[in-house]
Design a binder for this molecule. Structure first.
Ligand SMILES: [Zn+2]
Length: 414
C-alpha cells in the first residue's frame, strides 16, 4: 500500500507570490521548522537565481551539520539542460531537484515559444533530466505544469518517458486550480497505475478546493498502488489564491472521516509545531492568519453561542473535532506592553546584550559579541522588522552559516 508524504513549497511557490517575500534568514527558519514538523522535503528555492546561491549553500551546510536532518532540500527550476547546468554551476553538490515544463496545449502554444509539439516537450525535459543525473542529482522530480488541462494520454506518455529517464517522481500540477476532487482522483489513479511511479500533487485554490483536491489526488495515487507526495505551503500562501495549506492537509489526512485507516502518512508529522511555524510565517510574510484558518486561526477553538459554549464545556468533543493542544496551542505567550528594546539595522551592543539577556544568552564575556551584532544588523537590513527570538538564537548558534546566507553579492561573479 502506498503512503503519503509532504513536500512543502513555501520557500518556492510561497515566495514567488505577488506582493510577498521572505528574507533568506526567514526562509532558513521555515526549513528548520519544517524539519521539526517532520516534512519529507522542503522545496527551498531557485538554484538558477543568483541571489539564492549563498542561502541554498548555507542550508546545505546546515544539512551536513545535522541541523536540517532528515528533511530533504530540493531546488526548483525549468526543465531545460541550460538551466540545469546553470543550477549546478551556481550550487555545486545540489542533490534534489524538480524540473518543470508546461504540458497543456494551451501553454505549449500560448506560452512556450521555442517548443511547438508534445514530443518536443518530452525531448526537452528528458535532456534536462539526463543533464541533472549526469551532474550528480540524487532525486529528480519531473513536473507537468498545467497537467489538469493536459490530455491524460499525453501525461501518461510524458510520465513513462520520465520514469525511463530515471526520474524519482512525477508532479501533477493543477496550476490553475481547475480540478475538483473527483477529476483529480481519476487522473492521478490512472497515472499511478499506468506510469507506475510515485506521483506528486500540486494544487492551487482558485476554486477553493486546493486542500480537497490534494487529498483526493493522493487517495487516487495510493489506490493506484503508488506513494503520493502532496505539495503544501504554510498558511496556504502561494500564487494568486494560494496553494494547499500545510496544516489543513495534515489535519484532513489525520482526522477526516475514516481516511487515516487506509491512507497513511509515510513519516510522522508532529503537528504540535504547527502553531509556532504558522505564527512565524505570518510574521515573516507580514500576512495575518485568517481568524477562521483550520487549526491555527484565532477562532478555530472559540465558542460564543449558548448552545455551543455549553456543549463544549460539558465535553469538548461535542463541538471540536480535535484538541487545540495537538496544534501546539494553549501555552501562555508573553507580549511586551511596556518598554521594548528591539533589534534593528542600526542597533548597538548595549541594546543587543539586553535583548539576548532576556533569552538567557549572556554575551558579556563573548569575544565575538560585536561580530554577532553585525550579523544581526545585516539580518535586519533584509528583514526590515525586528528579528524574533528564534532568529536571534539561530545567529548566535550558527554565526558562520548566518554570515553565508546573509551575503548578497550582486556584482561578484556575474
Ligand atoms: Zn504552483
Amino acid at each position: 500500500m502506498g503512503k503519503i508524504y509532504i513536500i512543502d513549497v513555501t520557500n518556492r511557490d510561497g515566495v514567488q507570490t505577488a506582493k510577498l517575500g521572505l528574507s533568506k534568514l526567514a526562509k532558513t527558519m521555515i526549513n528548520v521548522y519544517l524539519n521539526e514538523l517532520g516534512i519529507f522535503q522542503s522545496e527551498l528555492g531557485f538554484p538558477t537565481t543568483r541571489h539564492e546561491s549563498n542561502y541554498i549553500k548555507a542550508n546545505m551546510k546546515l544539512q551536513e551539520m545535522g541541523v536540517l536532518q532528515p528533511i530533504r532540500l530540493g531546488g526548483w527550476l525549468r526543465a531545460t539542460a541550460e538551466d540545469v547546468s546553470r543550477a549546478f554551476e551556481f550550487v555545486p553538490g545540489l542533490r534534489h531537484l524538480n524540473l518543470s515544463i508546461s504540458t497543456s496545449s494551451q501553454m505549449i502554444h500560448g506560452k512556450l515559444r521555442s517548443i511547438t509539439s508534445e514530443q518536443q516537450v518530452i525531448d526537452t525535459a528528458m535532456k534536462a533530466l539526463e543533464t541533472a543525473r549526469r551532474c550528480g542529482a540524487e532525486s529528480v522530480g519531473i513536473n507537468a505544469e498545467d497537467a489538469s488541462r493536459t490530455e491524460i494520454d499525453f501525461l501518461v506518455r510524458f510520465g513513462l518517458a520520465a520514469k525511463a529517464g530515471g526520474a524519482a517522481r512525477f508532479r501533477y500540477c493543477d496550476t490553475l486550480g481547475y480540478d475538483n476532487p473527483f477529476t483529480i482522483y481519476d487522473a492521478c489513479k490512472r497515472l499511478a497505475e499506468e506510469v507506475n511511479m510515485p506521483i506528486e500533487l500540486h494544487c492551487h485554490g482558485d476554486l477553493g478546493m486546493a486542500v480537497a483536491n490534494s487529498v483526493a489526488g493522493a487517495m487516487g495515487v495510493v489506490d493506484g498502488g503508488q506513494d503520493a507526495y502532496i505539495n503544501t505551503t504554510v498558511n496556504g500562501v502561494g500564487e494568486r489564491a494560494g496553494n494547499a495549506d500545510l496544516v489543513a492537509v495534515v489535519l484532513a489526512l489525520k482526522k477526516s472521516k475514516g481516511l487515516a485507516r487506509k491512507y497513511k502518512l509515510g513519516m510522522p508529522v508532529r503537528l504540535n509545531v504547527a502553531w509556532k511555524l504558522c505564527r512565524y510565517a505570518s510574521y515573516a510574510f507580514k500576512v495575518p492568519i485568517p481568524i477562521n484558518q483550520p487549526g491555527v486561526g484565532a477562532n478555530a477553538f472559540a465558542h460564543a453561542s449558548g448552545i455551543h459554549a455549553d456543549g463544549v464545556l460539558k465535553d469538548p468533543q461535542n463541538y471540536e473535532l480535535y484538541d487545540f493542544s495537538e496544534l501546539g496551542r494553549g501555552e501562555p505567550e508573553t507580549v511586551e506592553t511596556g518598554r521594548e528594546i528591539c533589534s534593528g539595522e542600526y542597533g548597538g551592543i548595549s541594546g543587543f546584550r539586553h535583548i539576548m539577556g532576556k533569552f538567557e544568552v549572556n554575551l558579556e564575556n563573548r569575544a565575538n559579541a560585536e561580530d554577532i551584532l553585525e550579523l544581526v544588523r545585516y539580518a535586519n537590513v533584509e528583514a526590515q522588522k525586528p528579528l524574533v527570538e528564534d532568529e536571534l538564537l539561530f545567529i548566535v548558534k550558527y554565526p558562520d552559516v548566518a554570515r553565508e546566507l546573509l551575503t548578497l553579492a550582486p556584482l561578484a561573479g556575474s
